[in-house]
Design a protein around this ligand. Structure first.
Ligand SMILES: Cc1cc2nc3c(=O)[nH]c(=O)nc-3n(C[C@H](O)[C@H](O)[C@H](O)COP(=O)(O)OP(=O)(O)OC[C@H]3O[C@@H](n4cnc5c(N)ncnc54)[C@H](O)[C@@H]3O)c2cc1C
Length: 392
């Protein structure tokens, strides 16, 4: 779709990755994801195939058994997954969590975990940050990790912790120094790697949260969970800063998923509007139908550029908070605009599951709320990019 401008990446760049991921996704037709969605199940076979092909080890360096791709290339993988009609929500955790483990883990941790994650022996799909009372104000989290000898003892609660039931490991953010004793409110937070295989029912209990999309997500309760001190990632008290690498990767990657969704909706509605005859002509001949689709396409292309910029800055190890946030916001808005046009011009059929539009419509709506709500992104731009007075 669209001719490639000189030097500017777009939906035709990285053809080798696109072709290979499309081939793999082609083995999982829309009926597969429809069935999984209806059953509220997890796409195990799809995950297995992605793992076997090495795609979920994209951000693991080759020396640890991974494929050693850049964030840009990893984002193309997730874009293609979503563009094929699937949903990366079941698997993207393993990619963005690498931003934390690969960049901040010790050599011993990387040697112990990365080769096993790369081979599929272990999954690192879960990240526990959000808490019910703190909400987006992450520095107010109240889950604590108290050092006792060679262990941390964790107590507290998390909410919306996704893929826990299908992961072996989890990145956990907890407070190790009370906020009253920390120099800044973002200090005193630490990241611990939790082995879910031993922790579930031995310090962690959970409750799945039924939700609008088929997203496996949970409420977790920590009751004297013991974690070896060796599982501290990075420096104690600097966890918030370490986590930002994972969060920026997450935002840029999810922006790419939204771009994939946007193109999926546009392809789908363009085809339908060209074929559906009402009043003796294709509905797509009416400009009232063309314009919302064309506008969504223009906005998806624009968001795509910001996603490439965010990924390129991340890959160059330059600060990319603003770009990653803007990419997520623009891409989530564009995919939602495309979703609305697609649903609207499918008429009643947009609501029928067999067209997959209603499923993708629900799935793409999430990204204006999670991983970060649009308002918080605007507030970040206002304060950190434009220098407007801090509002909270
Ligand atoms: C399906 C799903 C999966 C998720 N997976 C994970 C996961 O794996 N790990 C994890 O840690 N978290 C996860 N989350 C949590 C997600 O990141 C949060 O839900 C999201 O960041 C919003 O936080 P909140 O729900 O606490 O909203 P709140 O912070 O309560 O905010 C609610 C709304 O109020 C508005 N608002 C709040 N403060 C302001 C302000 N200062 N100015 C303007 N508007 C404001 C925003 O519009 C916001 O959407 C997931 C969430 C969902 C729904």
């Amino acid at each position: 779709m669209g001719a490639r401008a000189v030097g500017v990446p777009d939906a035709t760049s990285h053809q080798d990755i696109r072709t290979a991921v499309r081939d793999l996704c082609g083995r999982f037709p829309p009926e597969y994801f429809r069935r999984i969605d209806h059953a509220r199940a997890y796409p195990e076979e799809f995950l297995e195939a992605l793992t076997k092909a090495g795609w979920l080890a994209a951000l693991i360096p080759e020396e640890y058994g991974g494929t050693g791709l850049t964030l840009t290339e990893a984002s193309v993988i997730l874009e293609e997954i979503n563009r094929s009609g699937a949903n990366s929500g079941a698997c993207h955790g393993q990619m963005y969590n690498m931003g934390t483990l690969v960049r901040h883990g010790s050599e011993a941790q990387k040697r112990a975990y990365l080769p096993k994650i790369a081979s599929g022996e272990l999954r690192l799909q879960a990240m526990g940050v959000t808490e019910p009372t703190a909400g987006t104000d992450t520095t107010k989290i109240t889950t604590t990790a108290v050092r006792k000898g060679d262990r941390y003892i964790v107590n507290g609660q998390k909410v919306w912790t996704s893929r826990v039931q299908h992961s072996d490991l989890m990145i956990l953010l907890a407070r190790t120094t009370p906020v009253s004793e920390a120099r800044k409110k973002s200090d005193g937070l630490s990241i611990l790697l939790v082995d879910l295989r031993t922790a579930i029912d031995h310090g962690i209990t959970g409750r799945p949260i039924p939700n609008m999309v088929n997203h496996e997500t949970n409420e977790l309760f920590f009751d004297d969970l013991e974690i070896p001190a060796a599982n501290l990632i990075g420096e104690e008290g600097k966890g918030f800063r370490h986590l930002l690498d994972g969060l920026n990767a997450e935002r840029a990657l999810i922006a790419a998923e939204c771009v994939g969704d946007g193109y999926w909706f546009i392809d789908k509605v363009t085809k339908y509007a060209s074929e559906r005859i009402v009043f003796d002509r294709p509905i797509g001949q009416n400009q009232g139908v063309q314009f919302p689709i064309a506008k969504a396409y223009a906005n998806t292309r624009a968001a795509d550029l910001m996603r490439y910029e965010a990924c390129a800055m991340y890959d160059a190890r330059r600060p990319c908070g603003a770009e990653a946030n803007m990419a997520l916001m623009l891409a989530a808005a564009a995919s939602w605009e495309a979703a609305n046009a697609c649903l609207q011009f499918h008429g009643g059929f947009g609501f029928a599951s067999e067209y997959d539009v209603e499923r993708k419509f629900r799935e793409t709506r999430l990204y204006q709320v999670a991983p970060l709500s649009t308002n918080l992104i605007l507030s970040y731009i206002a304060e950190h990019v434009l220098g407007l007075p801090r509002s909270f």
